[in-house]
Ligand binder design. Structure first.
Ligand code: 5AD
Length: 381
């Protein structure tokens, strides 16, 4: 029987150790894991919580993922795309609220018109969000799916600097089981490479508790984060949506088990990839009302309060139980500040809050990444 303290005090964790930590169920042992994650967080990225205002730009999507509520096959869903003025209003609100950054997220659209619209929005937001207390203007993160390298370059050039594209799972069979044949893991991995090549800070992540997913697969996901140019992670429990093919799949884990596994994933990812940003995601809150606060307590340092106008956010349901739908941006803001202070953490206002991992990655660009483990934060911190 592996000894928890011995594992936690190791400088590098390997697959077996990670599997062991992810599977912890005893509350005292989980608490030791959590405290270790918090200590690594404080040492390598600091205890501040960074906010990114989330704008759900459009629920139009060309993909047909078996788990997702806005999949193209969901014919009953009313589609929307926010107007330029709606986006600019939300961006202005975001800057005034002191969040420092925003995220433009949408279903995947690869048409030229959409690419131009996004480019235009990026340029306008960058030019018009400069305030006395935010002289650098709003930071912009995109979450717009797989695009060509050319489109990524264009959006990077326009002034977006971070991009989120979840791999969902790095296990080839599991990936194939939850996506239609045209959507392949190879394509997803290539898109992640292209994002790094285009100069983005790259975020990825996985869903946790997918039927058929093992602790070994999740451990390999974490090792993937470690061994690729990944600066940010967003992950949360898989949640069923009634109108999608996976809606009636048998759930091997209870909601509580899935939540704890997701929290353990956050903690272990913090231990392995020390100086990256980790988001405490809304999906955590779909299971328990203080889910996002718990994410922060397990080593996350980013939260994404929703800024989307209510009528649109209502139609941007990726899973059942999306929280905060009745709340406006103002209420969301109040809750989020309460959330950070409940977790005993300060909010860093008017900052972009880039992960130190990205700066370190830039510095060592000429040197090819060693095949051996060199977890985030070994140098430069
Ligand atoms: N349960 C949990 N997460 C989901 N996502 C999409 N559908 C679901 C679901 N049913 C997540 C995916 C996607 C992100 C935008 O939302 O990980 O990348």
């Amino acid at each position: 029987m592996a000894d928890l303290e011995a594992i936690l005090s190791q400088p590098h964790l390997e697959e077996d150790d990670i599997v062991f930590l992810l599977g912890l169920r005893d509350p005292d042992q989980i608490e030791r894991l959590r405290l270790r994650a918090v200590s690594v967080l404080e040492t390598h990225v600091g205890a501040s919580v960074y906010y990114r205002g989330l704008i759900e730009l459009s629920n139009v999507c060309a993909c047909n993922c078996y788990y997702c509520g806005i999949r193209s096959g969901n014919a009953g869903l009313k589609r929307f795309t926010l107007s330029e003025s709606e986006v600019m209003e939300a961006a202005a609100w975001c800057a005034r609220a002191g969040y420092g950054s925003l995220v433009l997220q949408a279903g995947e659209r690869r048409d030229a018109r959409f690419a131009s619209y996004v480019e235009h929005l990026i340029r306008r937001i960058r030019a018009e969000s400069v305030l006395e207390e935010l002289p650098q203007g709003l930071g912009i993160t995109l979450s717009l799916g797989e695009q060509s390298l050319e489109t990524y370059r264009r959006w990077r050039e326009a002034g977006a600097h971070r991009y989120l594209l979840r791999v969902e799972t790095t296990d080839p069979d599991l990936f194939a089981g939850i996506h239609p044949p045209a959507q392949t893991l190879e394509r997803r991995l290539r898109a992640l490479e292209h994002l790094a090549a285009a100069g983005f800070q790259v975020g990825t992540g996985v869903m946790i508790g997918i039927p058929g997913q093992s602790l070994i697969m999740l451990a390999r996901d974490i090792l993937f984060f470690r061994d690729h140019p990944i600066d940010m992670i967003g992950m949360g429990p898989w949640l069923p949506h009634p109108d999608v093919p996976m809606g009636d799949w048998e759930q091997p884990l209870s909601q509580q088990e899935r939540l704890q596994l997701a929290l353990n994933m956050i903690a272990v990812t913090r231990l392995v990839c020390r100086d990256i940003n980790i988001a405490s995601t809304t999906a955590l809150e779909a299971i328990v009302s203080d889910g996002r606060e718990r994410g922060l307590l397990y080593g996350a340092n980013v939260a994404m309060p929703n800024l989307t106008p209510g009528y649109a956010s209502e139609r941007y349901r990726l899973y059942e139980g999306k929280p905060g739908l009745e709340a406006g941006a103002e209420q969301c803001r109040g809750r989020l500040f309460g959330l950070a202070s409940a977790a005993g953490r300060a909010v860093a206002l008017n900052q972009w809050g880039d992960a130190p991992h990205f700066a370190r990655r830039q510095k060592s660009k000429e040197r090819p990444r060693a095949a051996g483990p060199e977890p985030g934060g070994d140098s430069g911190s």
